[in-house]
Ligand binder design. Structure first.
Ligand code: HEM
Ligand code: HEM
Ligand SMILES: Nc1nc2c(c(=O)[nH]1)N[C@H]1C(S)=C(S)[C@@H](COP(=O)(O)O)O[C@H]1N2
Ligand SMILES: [Mo]
Length: 359
């Protein structure tokens, strides 16, 4: 029990009862700022999650996935304070409790993705649970924030020295939580240690799963006579594999679903098939699958991209893109268009497309 505090010139200092536990006082200082911190951590996690999906280069990928882990785990650090906010609320809404459940699933799936390696649970990978839960959380957060928006927004005093110290404390707590997860992964000998900078776990190239981004179907194409149009020329798949410039090379396919594999591929560089004069006049290269799945690359990538016909020393299987698929070293898996139908030079900028395929 606390004595009500009287304000004014004759205010009486509140004397905490002898039974008060000082540690719990820490979590009682909860309220608007707890909610603002939750909001910032949620938006930060969502944005850095998609960045982590888009980025393939090692250093930026490390920065993004560490930032993502820390912002995500900040939610866990804030639980005791939010617990106080929820405890004070006169009633709990189903939508708010659903949001809680969905976010628990999201965070648990994120941690399982780190510690558990690449595998499925009830037919889905941890990443599928993770991103699915995050997407469901978005409208629920919107609903919750709009429902409780009165006097909850940021204030200028949030930038005061004391608040900045609190923010630093939260960041330190979240950083410590990140190290706890990483440390537990290493000490327990879990697959956490085989991840590359993107967070993906290593797979034996012979075990590479067939991966569909969202809804695409595996087409059955003629293995040697399938025609690929490359700018103004056409090649059968057999002709491509017999080109004198065809060579074997190693490349790392890093799928956003949580795995990567470094495998020997065989193919021809786009630069060896395209006319250099026409390349100079173009801004981008559009690679389209027979299924309609397509990605647009900046024209400067012409030396990096390959039309591949073999994987692991054997002709491609249907699932892996037979008879011709794109290999885009340094880019995440969803850029590696399978079942290539056309390669076109274009004047559109490469970023004039959805950041992720919709197929
Ligand atoms: C991590 C995500 C969050 C979860 C799981 C969550 C959950 C809850 C729950 C269960 C309550 C009890 C009242 C109710 O059921 O609506 C509550 C209260 C509240 N939430 Fe959240 N919340 C979250 C984030 C936020 C954010 C980002 C804001 C605002 C920016 C916010 C603002 C509030 C406010 C103002 C209350 C107090 C309402 C009252 O006392 O009547 N919450 N929250
Ligand atoms: C509200 C939204 C989200 C929250 C709270 C969240 C939280 C987390 C957490 C706590 C982890 C484990 C971090 C660790 O221990 O290292 C994690 C991992 C991960 N999340 Fe999220 N996440 C969210 C959304 C997303 C989205 C939308 C994506 C992708 C589109 C994503 C992609 C990833 C990836 C790739 C990892 C593995 C990173 C690694 O292995 O280091 N997350 N997330
Ligand atoms: N046409 C087409 N190409 C595609 C996809 C797809 O769904 N359709 N999935 C992409 C994704 S998400 C990845 S990770 C790689 C997977 O290649 P794999 O199935 O040979 O392992 O192909 C990419 N190319
Ligand atoms: Mo993928």
């Amino acid at each position: 029990m606390t004595v009500p505090r009287r304000e004014g010139p004759h205010s009486v200092a509140t004397v905490p009862p002898a039974s008060a536990k000082p540690r719990r006082m820490l979590f009682r200082r909860a309220g608007r700022r707890t909610n603002v911190a939750l909001f910032v951590a949620l938006v930060g996690s969502f944005v850095t999650g998609w960045l982590a999906f888009g980025i393939g280069a090692p250093v930026p990928a490390s920065i993004t996935s560490v930032t993502h882990g820390v912002t995500g785990l900040a939610l866990v650090v804030l639980i005791p304070w939010k617990n106080t906010v929820v405890g004070r609320a006169p009633r709990k809404a189903i939508a708010s409790l659903t949001l809680l459940g969905v976010l628990v699933l999201c965070v648990v799936a994120g941690i399982v993705a780190v510690l558990g390696g690449f595998r499925t649970y009830a037919g889905l990978t941890p990443m599928q649970f993770h991103v699915g839960a995050a997407l469901i959380a978005v409208p629920l957060i919107g609903w919750h924030v709009v429902g409780h928006r009165r006097r909850q927004g940021p204030r200028r005093t949030d930038l005061s020295r004391r608040q900045l110290l609190q923010t630093a404390g939260l960041a330190a707590g979240a950083g410590a939580a990140y190290l706890v997860v990483e440390g537990a992964g290493r000490l327990s000998g879990s697959p956490a240690a085989d991840r590359r900078q993107t967070g993906s776990h290593e797979l034996d190239p012979e075990q590479m799963p067939v991966t569909i981004w969202l809804f695409d179907d595996v087409p059955a194409l003629e293995p040697t006579e399938h025609v690929v149009r490359v700018d103004q020329q056409s090649f059968t798949s057999a002709a491509l594999s017999q080109r004198p410039e065809a060579s074997e090379f190693e490349a790392t396919l890093d799928c956003t679903n949580g795995w990567y594999a470094t495998a020997p591929w065989r193919g021809v560089r786009l630069a060896d098939l395209l006319d250099p004069g026409r390349v100079r006049g173009a801004r981008s290269i559009r690679v389209t699958s027979t299924t309609g799945y397509a990605r647009i690359f900046p024209v400067r990538d012409v030396d990096l991209l390959w039309l591949a016909t073999e994987l692991n020393g054997r002709p491609l299987t249907a699932g892996h893109g037979a008879p011709v698929r794109l290999v885009a070293p340094g880019r995440r898996g969803f850029w590696w268009v399978k079942w290539v139908d056309t390669v076109e030079l274009s004047e559109d900028p490469w970023w004039w497309q959805l950041p992720f395929p919709a197929q």
